[in-house]
Design a protein around this ligand. Structure first.
Ligand code: ADP
Ligand code: ADP
Length: 226
């Protein structure tokens, strides 16, 4: 069970800027939740607080039944994929995907099985010996997703993961992320400022503005489509 509960979450940065204000949000298990809103409205800050990469100033954050306010990122069973996917350039695709698992002392055979499975799902099984520079943008993005999947996270956080891709690839990857969500059956929280992405991918959309939540609803209601 990986339901997320955000209760009265605030983020005040060290310079005094109040970036997230009294955010109350329930994200259901296996939901595909989109955080949408203009640049600077607090989407990334919210995502980073869920991941534990940013301390919350006040409020309560729960993952499943656990209060995680003081739980380190590595103990949260969460994976995060960014727009600049930061693969290790000197490592093969296989080693990029294996790296975190080796650090966690997962047995080699298990690592092998997980990579094999993820690579098939993402259609990168022919690319495992390549280096990142020998891949296209879309392939690199898939490797970044693969590296997250093999960790078997309960929650997948994505911060504008498609924004560096060209329009055609972006459309293709949207469809792939929807398929991935269906296959993995995990909770997705996806940040974008792209209305089309929000409309086509999310089961629900959370609209933020100036650090507050304006509305949480299904795509049709938000965008007024019949
Ligand atoms: P979004 O993801 O919606 O574009 P962010 O969450 O990145 O917005 O940022 C929200 C606001 O907080 C912005 O005004 C940003 O400038 C500010 N901000 C982000 N990081 C910091 C920081 N470390 N210190 C001070 N202000 C910050
Ligand atoms: P280690 O690096 O700990 O010796 P292994 O013995 O499992 O790990 O594999 C040796 C290297 O062979 C790996 O680091 C990886 O670069 C490569 N490798 C292993 N399995 C595959 C595979 N299925 N596809 C591509 N490369 C692989």
């Amino acid at each position: 069970m990986a339901k997320l509960e955000l209760r009265n979450i605030n983020k005040i940065y060290e310079n005094g800027f109040h970036a997230v204000k009294d955010v109350d949000l329930d994200i259901e298990d296996k939901e595909f939740m989109i955080l949408v809103g203009p640049s600077g409205c607090g989407k990334t800050t919210t995502l980073r607080m869920i991941a534990g990469l940013e301390e919350i100033s006040s409020g309560d954050m729960k993952i499943g039944d656990h209060l995680v306010n003081d739980v380190a990122p590595k103990d949260r069973n969460i994976a995060m994929v960014f727009q600049n996917y930061a693969l290790y350039p000197h490592m093969s695709v296989y080693d990029n995907m294996a790296f975190g698992l080796k650090l966690s002392k997962i047995p080699k055979t298990e690592i092998h099985e997980r990579i094999d499975k993820a690579a098939k799902i993402l259609d990168i099984d022919q690319l495992l010996t390549r280096k990142p520079k020998q891949l296209s943008g879309g392939q690199r993005q898939r490797v970044a997703l693969g590296r997250a999947i093999v960790r078997k996270p309960e929650v997948f956080l994505m911060d504008e993961p498609l924004s560096n891709l060209d329009a055609k690839l972006r459309i293709q990857m949207r469809a792939e992320l929807i398929r991935l969500h269906n296959e993995l059956r995990t909770t997705f929280v996806y940040v974008t400022h792209d209305q089309t992405e929000a409309m086509t991918m999310g089961t629900r959309i959370c609209v933020m503005n100036n650090g507050i939540i304006q509305q949480v609803s299904d795509p049709k209601t938000i965008y007024n489509k019949p």
